[in-house]
Write a protein that binds this ligand. Structure first.
Ligand SMILES: C[S@@+](CC[C@H](N)C(=O)[O-])C[C@H]1O[C@@H](n2cnc3c(N)ncnc32)[C@H](O)[C@@H]1O
Length: 287
């Protein structure tokens, strides 16, 4: 490589910026780390010796796809979540950092709830990021993870296997609670449901529009899935159990209104993400 690496990265990042991509330098570094199998520090220390004609040809292919606004995670078939690398394909939504707050909150609850083997139901498992993370961080818990999409379940199964998850995740095809037996009850129910209002779809970025619509769209006000989960969750929670789910921008007040006259819930807490946006709803069951 004749050019200095920082200059090369800067020049390539400008191509992505011109295509409307924001985190451009970080993405170029990610592509180069992927192609050279180096971490970021070693990329800057030793990268140029690894960047040969073959690497450059593959780099160009990836850049062309990315400039067409295909998500980098789909191109590289990888996405980082809670410090681990997950396989992703267009069959699943690209995991977002906001969902780490849901995992963190779920793990904190299970650490203090006092059960040796807490049970968890994950509705809409997708790539499996939440279930696999919880399974690895807390091997004693038992997780039932459902999705309506068989293709998504296949991705979650692959991630559970590739990341050597202990055998504590039961993956099932299910339309919300349809495959959960009447007497199946859990300490915790979690979900990152589809929560984009149908009318917001047109304004989404091309990258987000690459996610399966099934992962995104939640009906006219975005809350169809939330309503279905709130309606049924108390039937499947053990005494003292909690329901936690992710919500979208400005949905906090609407979710409070949905539960305020529901006697089965005794309290609601809404946690904000790093951008100070309402993000995770925690509902405690009365029972
Ligand atoms: C926003 S994605 C979340 C995926 C993953 N949990 C994550 O956080 O990255 C929502 C998931 O819910 C699934 N889903 C949509 N409708 C569903 C339904 N009626 N029953 C079960 N899962 C559903 C979608 O297939 C998708 O995988």
């Amino acid at each position: 490589m004749e050019e200095h690496l920082p200059e090369f990265i800067c020049r390539q990042a400008q191509r992505l910026i011109d295509a409307g991509i924001e985190q451009a330098s970080a993405e170029v570094e990610w592509i180069l780390c992927y192609l050279t199998d180096l971490d970021r520090l070693n990329l800057y220390l030793n990268g140029p010796t690894f960047i040969n004609d073959n690497v450059m040809a593959r780099f160009e292919e990836i850049m062309h796809r990315r400039m067409e606004r295909e998500p980098l995670q789909y191109i590289l078939e990888e996405s980082w979540f809670y410090g681990r690398k997950f396989f992703v394909s267009p069959a699943v939504m690209v995991p977002t950092p906001e969902t780490e707050l849901l995992c963190e909150t779920a793990l904190r609850y299970m650490r203090i709830c006092g059960h040796d083997n807490p049970t968890v139901l994950d509705i809409g498992v997708g790539s499996g990021v939440a279930s696999v993370t919880i399974a690895l961080e807390m091997p004693a818990c038992r997780i039932t993870a459902v999705d309506i999409s068989e293709e998504a379940l296949a991705v979650a199964r692959k991630n559970a296997t590739d990341l050597e998850t202990p055998d504590n995740i039961d993956l099932r095809q299910s339309d919300f609670f349809s495959s959960i037996k009447v007497d199946e009850k859990f300490n915790l129910i979690i979900s990152n449901p589809p929560y984009i209002a149908d009318c917001e779809y047109a304004d989404l970025s091309p990258e987000v529009k690459s996610d399966p619509k099934l992962s995104l769209l939640g009906g006219p006000d975005g809350l169809d899935a939330v309503r279905a989960i709130i309606a049924k969750a108390p039937d499947h929670l053990l005494p003292g159990g909690q329901l936690m789910f992710e919500i979208g921008y400005l949905q906090g007040e609407k979710v409070c209104a949905l539960t305020e006259n529901d006697d089965r819930y005794k309290s609601i807490v809404i946690l904000k993400d790093l951008n100070d946006i309402d993000r995770v709803v925690v509902l405690s069951c009365r029972q």
